[in-house]
Design a protein around this ligand. Structure first.
Ligand code: SER
Length: 586
């Protein structure tokens, strides 16, 4: 049987045989990209290399990448959308291009030695061309040469056959998507690859990243022609096993069984949502990056996922805390392959449970308020429902349900209007946040990133060598750095740290990059706080004079003189033993 493990192994073996270095999955939290909250595709952490920087592992890479896409949280629960998923991918960084990429995809899918899929059932789509880029005849010709007949090659516009950039700007390009006919009856005459009736299953996407989208919306030719491919593991496994959906595969079955055991009134959709959301939360928390449920950024996504899971638990008639039970199963299923799940399980369970309890209180308050309103007015208006939602975080579905028990209806459309008004306002404020129009790897991100290394080194000098980076995040306005330290950092210590960083900046030290093995790097005293098991064969070491030496994927400024004045704005606690510094460059 094609289990997820077997599929990933076959995929990585195949590309290894074809000269690719297998690199570890990058973190779910992008460290140097201020424009996105989560790593949404395998190409994402590779952006600097797609733009031309040399990768220490060479020009051919492949991996199994953990991804999170939050764009369609509300669609999760159907048969295919997942918040968190694994994606197999192979990359050419200015090496092979369309011909080889397509040939290898086809060989892996159809060769008896590999997946052995029926060639007759394969159809493909290519980019139709527009003002930004020409029609992709080149890919279509490769498909023809492999024996895919022209009736099985479809051309679509950017909406369907273009991928990227992952953020607002960056590498992107036309793609060719590979579909497998599941044998289901066509939904009509117009049914073709891309139709979502379930007949055509998208297995793989080969993206040809040869453009850079600029902040002005222009598509400029990149220095090099890249390939970026992606195959969603869960979906492909479900297809290979002939399952109706991903939740019926070994990746989810134990979760579904547990939920069934706990539920009093089972419904599939709620069970799917709980399984997906808790799995995502466990993986984010397992990285120990100091991200916990909160009202901002990644923390807010965690909060939303946990709360949505709890709410669906209530819909299944589960009273009291249950998320820990589900999280435990996630650790059981994935813990061998992803040891950080086991290693951090205590903290994972604690955070999930704490948020679940907080939300239980919210629900309690909401119910009380609901009753009060009902007693006073004998009804629940859309405005009441919105107030309950906004002030108590009380979900609309709960209000609707409780109203229904009283024989009342809530005007959902009117609620939606209130909601949209509110969303429009908050969207406006987030666009404001990035009004400087910064690109992903823009200059300020580089400067902040190098400043982060100086900060790390300075903290170790002032506080001691127990200080280790726990996480870092950069936005156009500030840098954020989490690190281990048992207690508050005093004002004097912060001043000292700031001085050391600014001295290094004033000294205009050049930043040097060297490639070596992780062992060598450690011998040379480079900081590297990740599990050696995940380390690639060669790593980049960035050295800043005798101030800092760290293993890091880059990119950095060339000289510390470019950084500007460094100022610490805040020092606070994140969790037990982890502190956070926010700083700006002036
Ligand atoms: N980035 C592309 C995708 O996510 C291919 O990996 O589909």
């Amino acid at each position: 049987m094609w289990t997820a493990k077997r599929l990933a192994k076959a995929y990585l073996d195949f590309f290894k045989e074809n000269g690719h270095a297998i690199i570890p999955s990058a973190s779910l939290i992008p460290e140097h990209d201020p424009t996105v909250l989560f790593t949404a595709a395998g190409m994402h952490p590779l952006v600097p290399y797609l733009l031309g920087q040399q990768h220490p592992e060479g020009k051919r890479l492949a991996n199994n990448q953990k991804c999170i896409r939050t764009g369609d949280i509300d669609e999760v629960g159907d048969q295919s959308h997942l918040t968190f998923f694994f994606m197999l991918g192979n990359w050419s960084l200015g090496d092979y291009f369309k011909k080889k990429a397509i040939e290898w995809s086809y060989e892996f899918l159809t060769s008896k030695k590999w997946l052995g899929l029926n060639k007759e059932k394969i159809s493909v789509t290519c980019f139709a061309g527009d003002k930004d880029a020409p029609k992709d005849e080149e890919s279509a010709n490769v498909w023809l040469s492999l024996g895919i007949s022209s009736e099985k090659i479809f051309f679509f516009e950017k909406k369907d056959n273009w991928w990227g950039p992952a953020g607002k700007t960056g590498p992107c390009g036309p793609d060719t998507e590979i579909f497998y006919d599941t044998g289901k009856k066509a939904c009509g005459k117009e049914c073709k690859p891309g139709c979502n009736c379930g007949k055509f299953f998208e297995i793989w996407n080969d993206v040809f990243m040869q453009y850079n989208k600029t902040a002005e919306g222009k598509f400029e030719k990149l220095k090099q022609m890249n390939v970026d491919t992606g195959m969603g593991v869960e979906r492909t496994v479900a297809m290979l096993q002939g399952k109706r959906n991903v939740y019926e595969t070994e990746m989810f079955l134990p979760l579904m069984e547990k939920i069934k055991q706990l539920a009093r009134e089972f419904n599939e959709k709620s069970a799917h949502i709980i399984a997906d959301h808790i799995r995502a939360v466990v993986f984010v928390l397992s990285e120990g990056k100091g991200i916990v449920p909160s009202n901002i950024e990644q923390g807010y996504v965690l909060r939303r996922l946990i709360r949505r899971a709890v709410r669906h638990g209530r819909l299944l008639g589960i009273e009291g805390s249950f998320c820990r039970e589900i999280a435990k199963k996630v650790v059981e299923i994935y813990g061998d392959e992803w040891p950080e799940l086991k290693k951090n399980s205590v903290a994972i369970f604690k955070e999930i449970e704490a948020e679940e309890e907080k939300f239980a209180k919210v629900l309690g308050q909401g119910v009380k308020m609901f009753k009060k309103i009902f007693k006073k007015h004998g009804k629940i208006s859309a405005n009441d429902a919105f107030l309950l939602y906004q002030s108590y975080g009380f979900p609309l579905e709960m209000t609707v349900e409780m109203a229904k028990e009283k024989g009342l209806e809530v005007d959902k459309q009117a609620f939606q209007k209130e909601f949209e008004k509110h969303q429009a306002l908050s969207r406006k404020s987030t666009t404001g946040k990035f009004k400087s129009g910064l690109a992903d790897h823009s200059e300020i991100a580089l400067r902040m990133h190098t400043a982060t290394h100086l900060l790390h080194a300075a903290l170790r000098k002032v506080l001691g060598e127990h200080v280790q980076q726990k996480g870092s995040n950069i936005t156009p306005e500030r840098l954020r750095f989490d690190f281990s330290n048992p207690e508050k950092v005093s004002k004097e210590q912060l001043e000292e740290v700031e001085k050391i960083v600014n001295n290094a900046i004033d000294a205009k030290i050049s930043v040097q990059r060297k490639e070596m093995s992780l062992d060598q790097a450690k011998k040379k005293g480079a900081l590297a706080f990740f599990d050696a098991k995940y380390a690639p064969e060669k790593v980049s070491v960035y050295t800043i004079g005798d101030v800092s030496k760290e293993v890091c994927a880059g990119p950095h400024v060339k000289n510390t003189g470019e950084i500007g004045k460094f100022k610490i704005k805040k020092e606070e606690s994140v969790s037990a033993g982890v502190r956070r510094i926010k700083a700006v460059l002036e």
